[in-house]
Write a protein that binds this ligand. Structure first.
Ligand code: ADP
Ligand code: ADP
Length: 229
């Protein structure tokens, strides 16, 4: 059973002006899917419906095979994590930022998540380790580090699916490559759907969904899509 499925989803912000026009796709429990397509195609709107900020006008969004409209909002939000583009952090310590919104987390689990998100070395290098303040909006950390903290925070809430909105948008090419490796690793424990503009992000995903004009116009392996385009 897919973690998340869109079935013939139609949605518009205003009556009579559909933005999504019959979107359909299924997200398996593991692996990474890149969502690509021109600006205004409907990618962010797909995320908004996947998060249940909106309900479809027609069609359905299913969570673990059940119509999302009949499962509780709280359960849906617990299953679907979001990593926003600019990864806002709180002006507290690194530990506070990581554990914000998570339930009880064991020391072992925290260690595993730090290792998976490539933060172990950074934490060891900080003067007070996890208890180091990150500064207003996390500005003592680099963009790539903030991105990793945001992904680690999300993982610590144990979602089944993480949506990432252009995670490499503000990263230099080296950080971008490193993040792609991290996402690959994370996708072995959790499903990832990534809005991607850059080719390197798209290439590291197993599967690419092309969104255009409010519909999925291609769905396949990266190499197949490149060959046919
Ligand atoms: P993408 O993420 O692919 O750039 P979006 O989902 O943001 O595309 O936008 C799809 C269409 O929906 C665009 O025409 C956009 O102007 C419109 N749109 C997005 N958000 C809103 C909103 N809150 N209210 C009205 N129209 C919106
Ligand atoms: P960049 O040069 O910034 O890495 P690309 O040339 O890779 O960007 O991509 C340009 C545009 O093509 C982007 O909007 C991206 O979403 C889209 N795109 C990238 N890969 C594919 C693909 N396999 N199929 C369709 N569109 C793609």
């Amino acid at each position: 059973v897919p973690v998340l499925e869109f079935r013939d989803v139609w949605f518009g912000y205003e009556p009579g002006r559909p933005v999504l026009r019959g979107v359909g796709f299924a997200v398996p429990a593991r692996g990474q899917i890149a969502l690509v397509g021109p600006s205004g195609a409907g990618k962010s709107t797909i995320f908004a419906l996947a998060e249940r900020f909106y309900e479809p006008d027609r069609g359905s969004v299913l969570l673990h095979g059940r119509n999302a409209a009949v499962t509780s909002y709280a359960r849906h939000r617990a299953a679907v994590g979001l990593v926003e583009q600019d990864c806002p952090l709180l002006a507290g310590t690194l530990r506070e930022n990581l554990l914000y919104g998570a339930g009880p987390v064991s020391a072992g689990e925290l260690r595993r998540v730090l290792a998976m998100t490539g933060l172990t070395t950074m934490v060891a290098g900080l003067p007070d380790g996890l208890d180091t303040p990150v500064g207003d909006h996390g500005r003592r950390l680099s963009g790539g580090q903030r991105q990793r903290v945001a992904i680690a925070r999300c993982l610590l809430s144990r979602p089944d699916l993480i949506l990432l909105d252009e995670p490499t948008a503000h990263l230099d090419p080296d950080s971008e490559l490193a993040l792609a490796a991290t996402l690959h690793e994370v996708s072995s424990v959790c499903a990832l759907v990534v809005i991607a503009h850059r080719f390197s992000t798209v290439r590291s995903a197993g599967r690419v969904l092309v969104v255009d004009g409010g519909a999925v116009t291609a769905d396949g392996g990266h190499d197949d899509l490149v060959r046919s385009s």
